[in-house]
Design a protein. Structure first.
Length: 230
């Protein structure tokens, strides 16, 4: 499964999505900071599974419709930062989708996530991440789960990784930084958190119109990885 995650910077980079999907042959596309009223239903072989509708800057998940079937979707409002209460950019910060693999006849969960901005404390973002991972289980307990997106967590990532592992998940960073707009805030912002998958690679893709660089996550179900080794 090839999954692209991209923060569109207030929808500015939306015009790049078709090229990204085609160039990297993505199976799933997760976006953040999208104008969900301006997103197409279909995108280069991908179908819109669901999008948030209470956000000024929303989330969406697309899937390859000749490979998967969308079974269920769940969006969620997480604990709010002061920024959220005053400016109200995002009511819903998690969108999870349960996908059924048509050929393999098994289900997986993929989610688009957008944590509170840097004006909030890391402790609040950890609370959001912890809650998001717990709530994804409501889409299917014990299923392989991959949550990608803008975690807004450029420092003390080791501590975050430990907290995530305590929940039974693994945190994966990309091979190079994903945010470049401000000199003192450059670094890794866009992560992949997973359970039940083997992550082959998380790759940072070339920068476009957004201040975030898209990431490409290549993930395998453990059974697929074992078969490949055999």
């Amino acid at each position: 499964m090839k999954v692209i995650s991209y923060n569109l910077r207030k929808h500015r980079a939306a015009g790049e999505l078709t090229d990204l999907v085609e160039r990297y042959n993505a199976d799933v596309l997760c976006v953040q900071e999208a104008d969900t009223t301006d997103l197409p239903e279909h995108l280069s072989g991908l179908r819109l599974a669901d999008a948030t509708n209470r956000n000024r800057l929303g989330l969406a998940v697309y899937y390859r419709e000749n490979t998967y079937r969308a079974v269920a979707a769940r969006s969620l409002a997480l604990k709010k930062s002061l920024h959220d209460r005053v400016l109200k950019p995002a009511e819903e910060r998690l969108l999870g989708v349960r996908l059924h693999d048509i050929d393999d006849r098994r289900d997986v969960i993929v989610a688009s996530f957008h944590a509170a901005p840097l004006t909030a404390l890391n402790s609040l973002r950890r609370h959001q991440i912890r809650t998001a991972l717990a709530e994804l289980g409501e889409l299917g307990e014990g299923l392989p789960t991959l949550m990608v997106g803008d975690y807004n967590y450029p420092v003390f990532k080791e501590n975050l990784g430990q907290k995530v592992r305590e929940q039974g998940y693994e945190l994966n960073l990309s091979d190079s930084r994903t945010y470049t707009r401000y000199k003192f805030f450059r670094g890794h912002y866009d992560f992949a958190t997973s359970v039940g998958f083997e992550i082959d690679r998380v790759r940072t893709l070339p920068q476009g119109l957004s201040d975030h660089l898209p990431i490409l996550v290549t993930a395998r179900h453990p059974a697929e990885a074992a078969a490949r080794v055999a």
